[in-house]
Design a protein around this ligand. Structure first.
Ligand code: ADP
Length: 169
């Protein structure tokens, strides 16, 4: 019987960027199905509501039938087990990501459920890219074309009430 290899890619995705999308596309080369799981219990002050974040991810990945988008509350490992997956994907950009991710992965593996965390190195062109940086530069009027898909850019400009951002080219 062929294996159906499922991975869960959790995060805040506030909003989804080309850095996230790159991790998703690369994960699809390893897994049959990727579940993008937007965390509901994030403490962070968010720009987009959970529903808006889910809708944006769905709209940019609508042509990818092997990706589904969901939300979760509570412990990630409980969610992963409930979805009958065994692998969590996380992206690593810098050493600063490593410390935190290492702690979480170890904690998750000690809590149980036999869940593995798989780390993917950022692609070199996205090493500096984070949702928070994109929010910051967008709010200040820079063009975010090279960081987020057009639908996300439009949604960000609407949130910030910006009509025509300054071009970076
Ligand atoms: P969180 O709040 O859980 O860190 P994010 O939405 O910021 O959620 O990120 C989700 C995951 O995507 C994390 O593992 C993060 O390291 C990874 N990620 C974010 N941006 C990039 C990027 N530019 N390249 C590679 N991985 C990234």
């Amino acid at each position: 019987m062929p294996l159906n290899r499922i991975a869960v890619y959790p995060g805040s995705f506030d909003p989804v960027t080309y850095g996230h999308l790159d991790i998703i596309q690369r994960s699809l080369r390893i897994f049959d199905q990727v579940i993008v799981a937007v965390a509901r219990n994030s403490q962070k002050n968010s720009l987009f509501t959970i529903e808006e974040r889910v809708a944006l991810i769905r709209s940019v990945l609508q042509d990818e039938p092997r990706v589904s988008v969901d939300t979760f509350t509570g412990l990630l490992i409980d969610y992963v087990a409930a979805r009958k997956a065994h692998v969590v994907i996380r992206g690593l950009r810098a050493i600063s990501d490593f410390e935190y991710e290492f702690q979480i992965a170890q904690m998750n593996s000690s809590i149980g459920h036999n869940i593995e965390t798989l780390f993917m190195m950022t692609s070199v062109q996205y090493g500096y890219l984070s949702s928070s940086i994109v929010r910051e530069v967008c709010a200040l009027g820079a063009d975010v074309d090279s960081f987020v898909p057009p639908a996300v850019k439009t949604a960000m400009l609407a949130k910030y009430g910006i009509q025509s951002p300054r071009s970076t080219t």
